[in-house]
Design a protein around this ligand. Sequence first.
Ligand code: ADP
Length: 392
Amino acid sequence: MTNPAPDNSNGSHGPATEEQAVLAAEQTAITLLNASDDMALLLDADRRVLVMNERLLKVLGKTQAEVIGRSIYEVAPQPWSRDREDELDAVVETGGSVRTEVDMMDHTVELRAYPVFDETGCLRRFAVFLRDVTKYRRTRRDLLQAEMLRLELQKDRDLFKRQAQLISFVSHELRTPLTAIQGSVDLLDTYGDQLDAERRQTHVGRIKEQVEVMKTMLTDLLTMRSLDSGTLKINPQPVELVAHCGALVAATAEHAATEQHFHLNASELPGPVQLDPDFLDHILNNLLSNAVKYTPPNGDITLSLEHSTDAADGSHWLLLHVQDTGIGIPQAAHARLFEPFYRAENARRHPGTGLGLAIARTYTEAHGGTLTCKSVEGQGTTFTVRLPYRPA
Ligand code: ADP
């Protein structure tokens, strides 16, 4: 290997012994750089090459003689360029080492640059080490791609599983209301003229009730399908929340078959808010109809509205609580409540699909909100819808 050109960048010529000491030190540097597994080079303060190790010379296709004393910007236009600030500028600026990743001849290279100071504290050299990390980066990229593919496959599999569940659900669950309808229709058909008006009315009422059950199931199933196909679009518009919720509670009370007490608590909510009213209706109707379904006669059902400010970041939220004094939810069921088709043990004697909460949560999240539940079995349940507060 050729020795480096003597470095006169400090402009002084010391005594022969000092010069020899410098040369000996530089020779040691060459030996060390060649022993390194990395590509390595030593530059003077003007960024001219003092020494370059064999690995880097090979990559650049140059000999030591061709690079010594020449500016790094001519020798290796990549990754260095005079046209931009580079890692060596950062070393000068900070007086410390720099570690970064750069592109070099279609490879990704980890670059580490260290300052070398003389005894007066003046920056005299840059020691630079380069390590080709392309393979590692590629492996990481391949792994990421494989992981993304796996997630896509998992999504397809989940969708397929859900569709299979839908089919099996339709065939099993629709049988119950259909059988009830069939029974009443047969009875009316065969003995209709022998039944008194009251009994006939009971069977007509049963048919109507079961038709309603089937309609709810089909609506839930269709909604679930459209959610799965990702066609959900929200259409926010100004909504007078207190009046809107008042009307929802009144409509629920009117349709409730059992005697329950309905309440609306609305603290001060200034002016209309931006919301998709259809989404809001879907979420609240679901929670209110569940409250009605799972609360015995004489129970209380309350919809409360409040405005809250997050203490941590000052963001504004709307809180809508639907509270009932009904059968409650067993602790063991809390974790699975929002899964499609899941129904708690104590709810099974009431009709239902187990889809309502999954749909309500998807709608809430589409609005940037959350839907949570607090409940004690036998005491009652409170669902809380938390939506971003956007004054209209
Ligand atoms: P569905 O009511 O049709 O079964 P949902 O998805 O609306 O389906 O609710 C899932 C389950 O959550 C219900 O089956 C029931 O176990 C429980 N649940 C929901 N709301 C209430 C409530 N207000 N009180 C008690 N249990 C409830």
